[in-house]
Each structure stands twice: as C-alpha cells, then as structure tokens.
Design a protein around this ligand. Structure first.
Ligand code: 13P
Ligand code: SF4
Length: 392
C-alpha cells in the first residue's frame, strides 16, 4: 500500500522547533503502553526504533536499540531492510540517519520540535562567512592548512560544509581519533596544521588538550557574532584549534563547585562527566566519556562504588535503576533534563507508530540531496576512522 507522507520536515539550516501536524493521543490515556505495543507488533520488521540514552524511560521501553550518537548512526546505516526508522532522539541525529540510509527508507522523528540548542549555535551562513574570513586572514592555502572537524551535534548543512572541505564528523566517543586524523591530513601534529572545530568549543578543547597534548594557548574561540570571529590574524596564525563558540545548554551548567561539593560530602566518590562539560569541570573529574562509555564504566566498577554523574538527567536516573549495587547521584541539583530530548514522549511515539499502521508517514526527515551527498562524505569519513567502534 503506498504510504501518505505528512509533514514538511524542517528548515535545513535550523534546529528550531515547529509544531507537529495531526492529533496526538492524550498523555493521560491509560492505554498508551498497550497501543504502542500493538502498533509495534503490527508493524513487525517494517519499523526499527532507535533510542538515544537521554530519552525518557517510557520511550526507551520501545527502542529496538539504545545507544550514544555514534552507535545509533552505525545502527541506522546497518538496517537497510527496515523501510521505516523511528528515531527517538533529536533532529540532528535523525538527519544523520537519513543521510546514512537509502532513498527508499524513511526516517521519522516523532516530534519535529526535538532540536538541539548546541546545533542551533552554528548556522550554515555563519560558518560559510567564517570560512571566507579564514581564507582572507590566512591566505588561499587555507584548504591545505585547515580541516573542519564537526561534532555530530550539528545540522546536516554543517555536515555538508564539512564534507565539501575535506573534514570529518566526530562524536564524543571518537573525537580524539578524529582530531588525530585531521592533524595527520595537514601534515602531522607538529607541522602547523589547524582544525576548525564545530560547534562545541568544550568537546574540542577537552579533546585537544586532554587527549592530544595541545595547550590551552593553542586554542582560540571563534565568535560568529564578532567581526573576524573576534580573533586577530596573529592569534589565528599561532592557533592549532579554532573552536566555534557553541556549547550545550545542559552540560555547560555543571560547575566546578558541584564537583568540589561532591568530593567534600561523599567520601571516595568517583566523578564521571560527559566531554561537553567545561574544561575546568573535566579537569576535576575521574572519568570522562560519551553516554555509552558512562554506562559501561559504572557497570564495570566494583559494587558499592559511589558515583556522581555529570550528564543528562534521564540517563542518570536510568543508571540508578540499571546498577542498584552502586550509589549514583546527579552532579548538579539545579541542572534539568534536556528539554528537546524530552519532547519525544509516549504520545508522540504512539502517534508516529499508529500513523504508520494506518499507512501514513508523519514527520519524515528528508535532507536535501546535495547536502546529503556531502554530509555522507563527512559521515563516511567518521565511520572509516581507524579502530572506531561504539565502545568508547
Ligand atoms: P553521546 O554521543 O555521548 O550520546 O552524546 C550526545 C549528546 O547530545 C550529548 O549531549
Ligand atoms: Fe543538544 Fe545538549 Fe540536549 Fe545533547 S544534551 S541534545 S547537546 S542540548
């Protein structure tokens, strides 16, 4: 039966939310769980549900696979037989899945308003302007001198820019390898090459300094709201890492004082944080890792270990359920859920699944073919990085 496709997708250069078309089931409907089960059973192998670790428990329950962004990208690429992929995550993840799947597969985001404030901090026009400025300030050989390394948390348009300029995508689990690759492409770490790191300054700085041994002085921050990024020619010439001025509005709120307080109040506590946290916070942590790595590290620790965790609250709450033999606390009492991850709730999932059962595709994510081509070049480069698995 041909499927009716509803929803216009979203502006390619924006992660901002839009309304979902159609009627959603009421959150108070006592049959939501049964409805989700029935719809999933009716759809069988024709649908594959991916769930990011920051999703609500009520949604994770229906995920065929859960993971960090790297693992979910791999999983999307590895499901060519599923006509429909329902992505329970945020918009940039669904876009990446669309880029990595074939033209006859459809990726569905149950709520189009599930964006990412960090991804919104790098618009394609700003990034193109920045590149023009870099050419003006550093000369025409900028293409040989600089590789863009773009965090997965970015719009498809920025991924396309990255592919066109010979760069790679990275996630929090492979940023070190991606940076090493990029410096090798410009002649090796000691040859004076540079990386333009988009859009998360913290992941870029943490990886460059902590993993590659660069210094804080090797990093400059490019502010797209200032002329020439607010950076002088001399600063740019000396820099090895040009960090886009973006950050995560959730992880950016974890503070040094919270780590110090945890160490004061919980004897022997281990602090584990996501690398989107600020450099000063990561410096004080015992462990740093992607969501997948956080889960693995706590799971592998001896029973009775005390942890404070600096990442999104849905995952921290789930860690408590997964590992009752550990004592697990949230690093910062004043930090809340990622509001956009939380947009995907059971009513939206039920709506997306039941619509499929009725022959309607709601909220398809479709990336422009030219953007998708170059985005795929950059994503394939990431998937080809040496030794990459979802295990880190
Ligand atoms: P992970 O790749 O570690 O799952 O992180 C994704 C993300 O959005 C963190 O804020
Ligand atoms: Fe984006 Fe931060 Fe939410 Fe991750 S936690 S999806 S980076 S806003």
């Amino acid at each position: 039966m041909p499927l009716l496709v509803l929803g216009q997708g979203r502006d390619l250069d924006s992660e901002r939310g839009v309304e979902c078309p159609g009627d959603l089931p009421a959150p108070s409907d006592p049959d939501l769980v049964a409805r989700a089960r029935a719809a999933k059973a009716a759809l069988g192998d024709s649908v594959f549900v991916l769930g990011h670790h920051y999703q609500r428990d009520e949604v994770i329950e229906f995920a065929d696979v859960t993971g960090d962004s790297f693992k979910l990208a791999q999983q999307a690429a590895a499901r060519p037989d599923a006509p429909h992929i329902v992505f329970c995550g945020v918009h940039f993840m669904a876009e990446s899945a669309d880029i990595l799947t074939s033209a006859d597969q459809t990726v569905i985001l149950p709520d189009l308003a599930a964006g990412c404030s960090m991804a919104d901090m790098a618009g394609i026009a700003q990034v193109e302007d920045a590149w023009d400025d870099l050419v003006e300030m550093l000369g025409d050989d900028v293409a040989a001198l600089i590789r863009p390394v773009t965090y997965m948390n970015s719009s498809a348009a920025i991924k396309g820019f990255t592919g066109r300029h010979g760069g790679t995508i990275c996630t929090s689990s492979n940023a070190k390898t991606a940076l090493q690759w990029a410096f090798d492409e410009t002649g090796g770490l000691d040859a004076g090459g540079k990386v333009l790191f988009l859009p998360d300054q913290h992941l870029g700085r943490n990886t460059a300094v902590r993993d590659l041994g660069l210094s804080l002085a090797d990093c400059v921050v490019w502010d797209p709201h200032k002329p020439h990024g607010g950076v002088t020619r001399e600063q740019l010439q000396a820099a090895r890492m040009i960090l886009w001025r973006g950050h995560c509005s959730v992880h950016g709120r974890f503070a040094v004082e919270a780590v110090e307080q945890a160490r004061r109040e919980i004897p022997g506590v281990k602090v584990i944080v996501h690398p989107e946290c600020r450099y000063e916070v990561c410096e004080l942590a015992d462990e740093i890792g992607s969501t997948e790595r956080i889960i693995r590290t706590i799971g592998a620790a001896p029973a009775g270990t005390s942890w404070v965790v600096g990442t999104e609250l849905n995952l921290v709450n789930r860690l408590r359920q997964m590992f009752p033999e550990q004592t697990i606390a949230f690093l910062e009492k004043n930090v809340c859920y990622c509001s956009t991850m939380n947009r995907i709730d059971l009513p939206h999932l039920v709506w997306a699944l039941e619509s499929l059962v009725d022959g309607r595709v709601v909220n398809p994510i479709r990336v422009d073919p030219d953007v998708a081509h170059w985005g795929r070049v950059a994503l394939d480069q990431m998937l080809a990085l040496p030794g990459e698995t979802s295990k880190d």
